[in-house]
Design a protein around this ligand. Structure first.
Ligand code: ADP
Ligand code: ZN
Length: 748
């Protein structure tokens, strides 16, 4: 062993045995116990990555606990290696992940698998990447642990440490050269993918000149800078209307953090949708910018993870999974458009990156800035309660007023074409096109939503218990509440106006585009929705064409709403502003308000203010009125009342349990069983209400049937207590069925 190895003082008595519990990043419960050989004891700390024999394979796992007594019952194998120096997962990041697993009641392995890049758990090519850190260190020392590790070396390693040294290391038995694999080439396909999405700017040349801050911006920056300088956790809600210059504020804060030799993390809803934002960061930030998006291949992800880990990224811009990036010395976390539902991950590892930003900020002693023009109720209430500091940017930078929103009553338009194209809207489109300006038409729709609405008066059927829209079930021809299970037959006539035309669900964007092409054959139309942009490149292309004014009318879904900044838009048309109001979700009003405010914010970004037409069946509806007049606080007061009464978040706490499986009967039976068990447990937690079991709104997804139960209470510890107790029994386990616990669910 070379003498450059520092022998640390071993806190474990020599000769005493040391055992560790190891978590393997697989959705297994674990942990598994191993013995630590003498020479590895110095590194056997909680959170460290270890290499262990697992079945017939060698796997990497993480140390969950250290102990000096062995479990009695079975044969215990030895740890092969504890390779990483510094640790693969830093102690604060480890604390964060532990906290998250506990909070969301998720199996540890699942959290690790979600949080860490692919390959962290395998002895593979990727494994070699990590061991390289040990081999390339300046003093060229080989950690003692390599004696035991079987290391894969890749060709480029030889370049770094020299073939002679490799040979020497091999001949002395420090490393075991098992295989030599050429470094996999990362194909960037730059022509197909907007280049900046892979952005790495280290020496950008065309820096923008730095603008002078407005008074409001300066006050905001000053207040947050003070917190950054002071160090420690501090959370802010940057509540600024669309176009008020929040991004400029972010840029200043990021620079401050970088100048203090710390790192910043910026979360954005979906990077592909905000290439302009990315571009602005690349141009402005004096430091190394890393941009991460979900389109990275596994090996690219691992590469980026390593760059971040090695401290080579000063500011990372990422979608929700960026919350797991291994930045040490994190000084600032920004969550842009913090209200955006895409921060919530839905599948088997549900978490909310916005909430986790606060948790991580706390554990890393970093500042957290949540920015939005339409804050989530959670954040707004937190600010009211003084848990986070609210800072406002009440006016738009360009001084322009927020656009006037004109309401169009859909009930009065006798001649609506199927696609919500009213005469008023068509006339406005015509005028806008004549003036050489662009049109954005927005249709809010989720494929599976099938609420029932009267075509004549706009009446929507609601659950008497839950105050959410009933869902139409085609086969059974009835209307059901998917939360509590209430059901009624679908009536032939509207109970409000006796109209005969009830419709279920809505129109699609494709239909709208087709109709438009017949009405305006000379106009160039484009469409932006999940279908038209299945390929990432396509999305960039459409947005690019729109920016270059090669598209006159852009029709789209929610994707259109995100922070694009196009100066040429003269008209924004909301085809049916009520649609999302009737989603069977207690957040329907909040979402609708947010979406309408954001859509309206798309126009008037240049010097002249644009027009916004908001079509609705219910122009008197409070949400529509508040949205049209841009009154966030008024809207909050209005909607908070209903939520407070029914203990919906943020005034109460929810946990959802969903059962999924291939057999409808088994899923239903299991859900019923959980329901019965839950009602027994409830006796200890009388303050918790149990809604369901009932079929999920998406009651079938990718061929799997879904049922769910919702637990609700004013008090967080009550709901958690009930579900934890339920979990400790065996009711939440079942072979062949998937049972998901979703703490703080968003998509009910
Ligand atoms: P937000 O993120 O709040 O919607 P932006 O940061 O995108 O707003 O700002 C809106 C517009 O105003 C952008 O075009 C931006 O360049 C411009 N802007 C904002 N602040 C300033 C400033 N201090 N000086 C010059 N231009 C600014
Ligand atoms: Zn109900």
């Amino acid at each position: 062993i070379p003498d450059t190895i520092v022998v640390e003082v071993n806190r474990w008595m020599a000769n005493s045995e040391l055992y560790i519990d190891v978590l393997i990043p697989l959705p297994l419960d674990g942990p598994f116990t191993y013995r630590v050989p003498e020479e590895l004891k110095v590194r056997a700390d909680v959170g460290r990555r270890v290499l262990v024999p697992f079945g017939k394979k060698i796997r990497a796992g993480f140390i969950a606990a250290v102990s000096d007594s062995a479990p009695q019952d079975h044969e215990i194998k030895d740890v092969l290696d504890i390779p990483d120096e510094p640790p693969y997962v830093s102690p604060p990041l480890w604390s964060f992940l532990s906290w998250m697993a506990e909070y969301y009641m998720l199996p540890w392995g699942l959290v690790l698998r979600t949080a860490l890049p692919p390959g962290s758990d395998r002895k593979s090519k990727s494994w070699a990447i990590i061991t390289r850190e040990g081999l390339t260190s300046e003093e060229c020392s080989f950690p003692a642990s390599f004696v035991k590790a079987r290391v894969m070396l890749r060709k480029d390693l030889e370049g770094l440490i020299g073939p002679a040294q490799v040979e020497q290391a091999v001949s002395r038995g420090w490393i075991n050269l098992e295989e030599r694999i050429a470094r996999p080439r990362i194909s960037l396909k730059r022509k197909e993918i907007p280049e900046l999405l892979y952005g790495r700017s280290e020496n950008p040349k065309d820096r923008e000149s730095i603008p002078t801050l407005t008074g409001d911006q300066a006050v905001a920056v000053e207040q947050m800078k003070t917190a950054i300088v002071a160090g420690g956790f501090h959370a802010f809600l940057l509540f600024g209307v669309t176009g008020s210059g929040k991004t400029e504020v972010y840029l200043r804060l990021i620079q401050e953090v970088i100048d203090r030799k710390k790192k910043a993390l910026v979360l954005v809803p979906e990077i592909a949708l905000t290439p302009q934002l990315a571009r602005r960061f690349l141009r402005r930030v004096q430091g190394k910018v890393g941009i991460f998006h979900s389109g990275l291949t596994p090996s690219q992800r691992l590469d980026e993870w390593r760059r971040v880990k090695a401290g080579k990224v000063d500011v990372a811009i990422a979608a929700r999974s960026g919350i797991f990036l291994p930045m040490d010395d994190l000084g600032l976390i920004i969550v842009d458009e913090e209200h955006d539902p895409s921060y919530k991950q839905e599948d088997s590892c549900p978490y909310n990156a916005r909430d986790m930003a606060l948790a991580r900020g706390k554990l890393e002693s970093a500042c957290v800035v949540l920015g939005s023009a339409t804050p989530s109720f959670e954040s707004f209430l937190n600010a009211r309660h003084g848990k986070i500091t609210r800072i406002e940017l009440p006016v738009r930078y360009h001084g322009g007023a927020l656009p006037q929103v004109e309401l169009v009553d859909l009930r009065e338009s006798k001649s609506i074409k199927k696609a919500f194209l009213t005469p008023t809207l068509l006339e406005s489109i015509r005028q806008t096109l004549e003036q050489g300006e662009q049109v954005v038409l927005f249709l809010n729709r989720r494929g599976f939503d099938t609420f029932a609405q009267c075509n004549s008066c706009g009446h929507v059927f609601k659950c008497p218990n839950c105050d959410i829209s009933l869902t139409h079930h085609k086969r059974a021809r009835d209307l059901r509440c998917h939360l509590c299970g209430f059901s009624r037959a679908a009536p032939p006539l509207c109970p409000q106006c006796a109209g005969e035309k009830l419709f279920f669900g809505g129109v699609g964007t494709q239909k709208v585009e087709e109709e438009l092409q017949t009405v305006f054959p000379e106009a160039r139309t484009g469409r932006l929705d999940r279908d038209s942009t299945r390929k990432r490149e396509e999305l960039g292309r459409i947005l690019d064409r729109f920016r270059k004014r090669e598209i006159d009318i852009l029709v789209g879904t929610q994707m259109i709403v995100k922070g694009h900044d196009f100066p040429g838009i003269g008209l924004v048309g909301v085809l049916c502003g009520d649609t999302s109001l009737h989603f069977p979700d207690f957040r329907a009003a909040e979402r609708t308000f947010q979406i309408l405010a954001q859509v309206a914010g798309r126009t008037g970004r240049g010097s002249d203010s644009g027009r916004v037409l908001l079509q609705t069946y219910d122009p008197e509806h409070e949400v529509i009125r508040f949205a049209a007049s841009h009154e966030y606080t008024g809207f909050f007061e209005y909607d908070a009342q209903m939520r407070q009464e029914l203990y919906y978040p943020p005034f109460g706490h929810l946990i959802l349990i969903r059962v999924e499986g291939n057999s409808e009967k088994r899923v239903e039976n299991k859900a019923l069983e959980i329901g019965r068990a839950a009602r027994m447990v409830k006796q200890e937690f009388p303050a918790v209400s149990i809604l369901g079991p009932a079929p999920s709104p998406r009651k079938k997804m990718v061929g799997r049937f879904r049922w769910q139960l919702l637990f609700k209470s004013a008090n967080r510890s009550d709901v958690r207590g009930l579900v934890k107790q339920l979990k400790s029994g065996d009711h939440l386990q079942s072979r062949g069925l998937k049972i998901v616990i979703d703490v703080d669910p968003v998509d009910l």
